[in-house]
Write a protein of this length. Sequence first.
Lengths: 160, 1030
Amino acid sequence: MISIENTEQNSILTVIFVVDDILFGLDAGIIQEVVQVKKITPVRQAPPYIAGVMNLRGRVVTVIDLGTRLEMQQVEINDQCRILIVEWKQEYIGVLVNSVSEVIQVEKSDIKSSPGNVKGVQQMFISGVFKRLDQTHACLLDIDKLLDPESRENEKDRVE
Amino acid sequence: MQDSLLNDFLVECREHLEGIESDLLAIEESGKNVDSELVNKVFRAAHSIKGGAAFFNLSQIKVLAHRTETVLDMIRSGKLQVSPEIINILLNSFDTLRSMINNPDEMDSVDISSQVGALQEIVDNSVTEKERGSFNRSTRLADLSGTCSVNVPEIDVKTAEKEFQYIYLIEYDLLHDIEMAGKSSLMMLNSLSRMGIIVDTLFDIEGVGTLDDEPVNSIVVKLIYRTVVEPDLIETAVEAGHEKIVCIYNPHSKKEKTDDTNADTQKTETFNDAGNDDKGGEAHTANLSQAGSSSVEGRSKNPVTVTETVRINVEALDTLMTHAGELVLSRNQLIDAISRNDQKALKTSAQRLNFVISELQEAVMQTRLQPIGNVFNKFPRMVRDLSKTLNKELHLNIEGKDVELDKTIIEGLSDPLTHMVRNAADHGIESQSERTKKGKPAAGTITLKAFHEAGHVNIELSDDGKGIDSEKIADKAFSMGLITEEKLRGMTDYDKTSLIFLPGLSTAEKVSETSGRGVGMDVVKNNLDRLGGKVSIQSAIGKGTVFNIKLPLTLAIIPSLIIHEEQERFAIPQVNVIELLRIPSVQIKDRLQIVGDTEVVVVRGELIPIVRFADLLGIPKTYIDPNTGNVEIDRRSRVADRRSKRRSIDGRMDVVSAEIEQRRTGKDRRVRAASDVNIVIVSSGLLQYGLVVDNMRNTEEIVVKPLGTHFKKMQEYAGATIMGDGGVALIIDATGLALKAGITSVSAAKNKGNIADLSGSEGEHSLLIFENTPGECCALLLELVLRIEQIAANQVEYKGGIRSMQYRGKSLPLVQLSDAANAGDVPLEKELVVIVTRVSNREIGLLGLMPVSVEERNFIVDTTIHRQPGICGSMIFDEKTVMMIDVFEIIDKVYPEWKTEKKRDERNVGTTVLLAEDSEFFREQVTKYLNDGGYNVIATSDGMEAWEKLQEHKNEVKLVVTDIEMPVMTGLELCKKIRTDKTFSSLPVIALTSLAGDEDREKGLAVGITDYQVKFDRDRLNEGIKRLLS
């Protein structure tokens, strides 16, 4: 197991997960825990990217469907699905993904800015791209933009 | 000095200050007859603050509190006459004290000179020459041995003399006597204050030494203490340890002295002269500021953050402890039961746990409860000040100060209530001259009332001012683009008044002048919403305004009704639930109706709009296909359609629905086609509406959890909760849902409570209200209405002098009020409604304007003022004149041939009909209709009169037409009487009804009613009679 202490500042411990067959990564430091999907209560009339709310040990936690949020395929609930619990602005928020694959150290120098042909929301939410050992690419996500309820609306305004 | 001690002191000061305003005002009110107990109370508060401040070296507070105390002492002793000016200065001083206490870090920068000066002036002006100065001068007193002597303010010596009190010099060692003995300085001060008065506190600064010296092992504080406790008891009284107590003044010994010396010589004995005194004073303050600055330094290093505290009485804590103990016992029981796998024991311990936890919950809640007086108490002062600045005479009545609420709610209430009271005084109450002109008492009254009602607390703020002009508010809201004209039209006065809560409307500066009320009312509402409160307004122009705020006792745990919709669970707070209805499938067609485009449910004769909960939230309805067993999406849109045959307004089966029904019989795909309908009637403010839900479960106490940031903008939910099985259920926000559903209060009018004198009224009827031209309100009895269609102006065709429109493939003739009456033409550029009715077996449309509403109410028709062809009378609804339309007269005028056509085959001319009807208006109408049909009419006003007339005209009367509800003898009783009499046993009796239920019909048939007819439908009534007579 890699402990955070013995790594220098020049690498980031990253959780790698899959949404709609694409690999994404989030800084492990902000993820409190990864839980299996139990019951998600839908919240009607809420924005479409919200999967619902769940009970996390007595706390009501908002669950975001990352697939819908990234304007990709909605995450279909199955045994592989996981919810990443993120603490964001003093609030716990669950990020629903298709599956979690691994936790790795990513050298900061390996992170490249996202290619220019990534457009729209994805470009907005992706802060960088890096290459994994098996030469596949994964996109690092910007959690602040991802979770900010206003961000997509702003983006749309800008585009229009 | 320790911060925690200082903190305790500050908290205590705040408590002292809390009640002071109202006390001072009461003192002002009482004028000459000063309530000495009250003055004493305020005096003691000032005194305690002074004492503590001196102890903690808070020189500014001490000085100000001391001056205040002096003035109060003079009031107490009757030397000073209370006047509003003095009270003003005192209030002001206490304000400054409060602000210093609230910001202890900045207290030294507060300028108190003006208050001190003002207080000094009071003293100077009222004290006689001889006494003047005794407040500032001090007397040097020494103990008998003369080893220690101190300066004591002369006034205290005099008081001591007068009241036979002793003055002691008590020396405490802070380190040994207090800290080490486990006492706190504050406790010590308090216990002393109970028995006497601490005149002054002196620190022995030199005694402490400097940092270079040996570590000190004592900090000496000297207290000058005035009390009645005698020297031999004083040691026990102050719980003496190692304190040194020296008696420096003994009233008895003095008295003995004064026995042989006169007052003047006594004065010479005392150690003072003006020059000395000044210096002494300076030296004293210098001392203080020195000590003060050192303590200030200490503080600024660790700034005093005043932590919030709650005072709990020990009893409550004990209760908590007992419950905690019981909880432990229950846990042990539970563990035991689980290990033994004993079902019965498990059940018992679950019960016990349930009991203990609810007790515990209650006890914890108790500790958080505070009397609402804490908030209310600041208003007398505010209203008094407002009364001065606004130059209006204002009275404030406060009721229900003792009502208790959760601490957080109490705190949150302060701002909105302040705002509302200020608004009431500023905008609500008229100027004095205006009031006298209107014949109102010159003094405006504002009443603030708190009371319990059904598990929540109500706060009512009422004034007798000019009220709120709902129309002006509505105009303003419209002109500012905050509301659409369309919405506005469907609104009642109540809805319109409530518009002042719209954000944007009330914050606009101008509105306060035109509307008369409501700067920042949106902020008020938001604040109250956050507390779970609901605010509603009722206002009568010229009479006043009443704001009602409903608040929960606590925000943390609320009883809620759990409902199920498909697989999802929701909680509706019990405070919003009025009643639960389960409408059996057989009654659906009678009780669920469609008015305009809204579905309504009839509850005890009242129409309540209903909303399908699942549709509103977009929960897909599913059903299990009986053929495939798959879950399918249900596409039925209306409850009435969905469930069973739909009855349209006139009571006949809607053709289309009936066809659908036919198609479906035999092979009905709908599994729940004939199932019952569950409706939860909820309220938010005065608004009531029904939520149609799948399933109602039990009521549970739920713990409210906030929803995340992503849901902040959603108005549907008030929060979430975690259910017993660990799942999450959302809590419904009744007000938000109503807004979302666009429900305006159809039935709000009846809540107005102004059902004044109903004697002589026409009974309760459903009326369709619409407009002929904007503002020209018309009413038509709902029984006459087949359908209402909303059409565009261009659908109206005008050909060959006949107005008509295309309707269901046919041409529908259209008439309007101006065709018969002297009224304006319906403007064709607006949105139109066509009220479809049936006359002489023909459908015909009456043109009108939106908004259309249905009101079920009692009314009195005036048949004189507005009577003209097409209008049979007028009534006053909510201070508006509404004209009652006689649609038959209009049609007779436009299509006279229809009437003659009918007349021709009239073979019953001359037949006599007996009519019993208590309402004069209806009696005249029905008589006219019967006359139109060619009958002679004997009209009577109740069953008894009808019976008598029937005896008289035995042979002529061929038929009886009777109303059901009548005084003296009802229609049913009359019918019974007729049936039991042999002479009349076969006489046909027609009962007149409004929308009668099946139940009523059955009752009628049981006593022998031959037929039922709708009161106001001329043609059908005449046809019915003809059928019975032939």
